[in-house]
Write a protein that binds this ligand. Structure first.
Ligand code: NAP
Ligand code: MG
Length: 403
């Protein structure tokens, strides 16, 4: 077979530890033999981030704005232990946070469904995609411990010095206090990213908050979504036969559990944080979750939802065998290649992405898998493979699909 040619570079963001090992294996075994890979390479591994004082992260995000599509390997977010381990000049911010701030996007996470890795919820047949708003609320809140009796008020002073005040509470004794915010602009981007993603993937969109209790804060989210839907998306949704609906968060969780899946669930920041972990676990495994950042300007960044799998990396460094699941990282590549194929009108590239995903699924359904899946599968007598052999098994399946 002749190698597939690419016309526009894909922004490639390499990363850390075990996922960096997977990255190279995936390229060597599953991509380069089939595609003339055209990538603009950025090394976001912690060593190189430190060498560039994190400039490489910013450059990679800027390149994503230029070319439109990126694929990212998991990266270390430094903490005190990592500063010591890597002798860092600074405790750099999370690369995902930096990239998200530049691209201003929403993160969509969806499980990869295979037979034999059964969701805990019996009715779920199709993936449920969580869209998490990534700005504000409790993640940018100011908090106070109250030690004694006194009055707490919410005060807003405009640029002319006019004040608006609301009583929060007359404290009779000790307690706690929190002030948080969000921005209409950010909520609007969130809404547009969700509507665009629904159109892109032809799935219904659900959005839920607690607007009955939070009559100004959450209600603003609800109103902005409805307004943008009515003005900009209602016609396209009707054409595609998909639906947008808003409901209370309590009602949403009940409906989600009773549903068959196959829709996008847009969540406020905190709800998305909690619910995405709940969904990942209920669908089976974090190593089977895809994640894509979609910006309201039409930039896409694909990654795996899990981290750098540090414990496996240390085993690998000691020369011990590992059984690390590459599926989410492979799907980050296929997501990015498919999008590149669509944007550049290269059907062979999108077809390749479909085939590679199918090869992954078939390999697992044939009973060959990594240890994390072997532990939870309902298939009889699964064959547990090490990292390298599992990737080779996928390659064999892929070759059979092209034969
Ligand atoms: P993690 O890398 O997701 O791994 C946590 C545990 O989950 C692993 O020890 C492993 O369990 C299991 N696991 C996760 N992915 C797996 C896979 N592909 N195959 C098999 N098992 C898998 O999270 P972490 O250990 O908390 O974080 C490690 C580093 O990743 C941190 O430095 C953190 O900053 C970074 N991180 C990066 C991202 C990102 O770039 N998107 C996201 C989260 C965390 P067992 O050890 O029991 O086998
Ligand atoms: Mg969480």
């Amino acid at each position: 077979m002749e190698k597939i040619k690419m016309t526009t570079p894909l922004v490639e963001m390499d990363g850390d530890e075990m996922t960096r090992i997977l990255w190279q294996l995936i390229k060597d075994e599953l991509l380069s033999p089939y595609i003339d890979l055209n990538t603009e390479y950025y090394d976001l591994g912690l060593v190189h981030r430190n060498e560039t004082m994190d400039k490489v992260t910013v450059d990679s995000a800027e390149a994503t704005k230029k070319y439109g599509v990126a694929v990212k390997c998991a990266t270390i977010t430094p903490n005190a232990a990592r500063v010591k381990e890597y002798d860092l000049k600074e405790m750099y911010k999370s690369p995902n946070g930096t990239i998200r701030a530049i691209l201003d996007g929403t993160v969509f996470r969806a499980p990869i469904i295979v037979k034999g890795i059964e969701p805990y919820v019996k009715t779920w047949k199709k993936p449920i995609t969580i869209a998490r708003h990534a700005y504000g609320d409790v993640y940018k809140a100011t908090e106070m411990k109250i030690e004694s009796a006194g009055k707490a008020e919410l005060v807003f002073t405009d640029e002319q010095g006019n004040e608006k005040r609301e009583l929060i509470h007359n404290f009779k004794g000790a307690g706690v206090l929190q002030g948080m915010h969000n921005l209409n602009e950010s909520i609007e981007s969130f809404a547009r990213s969700c509507f665009d993603f629904a159109v892109d993937t032809k799935q219904d969109l659900w959005f839920a908050t607690k607007d009955t209790i939070s009559k100004k804060y959450d209600h603003t989210f609800k109103d902005i979504f409805q307004d943008i839907y009515d003005k900009e998306y209602a016609d396209r949704f009707k054409e595609l036969g998909i639906e947008y609906f808003y409901t209370l968060i309590d009602d949403a969780v009940a409906r989600v559990i009773r549903s068959e899946g196959g829709f996008i669930w847009a969540c406020k920041n905190y709800d998305g944080d909690v619910m995405s972990d709940l969904l990942a676990t209920a669908f089976g495994s974090l190593s089977m979750m895809t994640s894509v950042l979609v910006s309201p300007h039409g930039y896409y960044e694909y990654e795996a939802a899990h981290g750098t799998v540090q414990r496996h990396y240390y085993k690998h460094l000691k020369g011990e065998e590992t059984s690390t699941n590459p599926i989410a990282t492979i799907f980050a590549w296929t997501g990015a290649l498919r999008k590149r194929g669509e944007l550049d009108n290269i059907p062979a590239l999108a077809e390749f992405a479909d085939k590679l995903e199918l090869a992954c699924i078939k390999t697992i359904e044939n009973g060959e898998m990594t240890k994390d899946l072997a532990l939870i599968t309902t298939l009889p007598d699964p064959k547990t493979l090490n990292t390298q052999d599992f990737i080779k098994a996928i390659r064999a399946t892929l070759d059979s699909l092209y034969a």
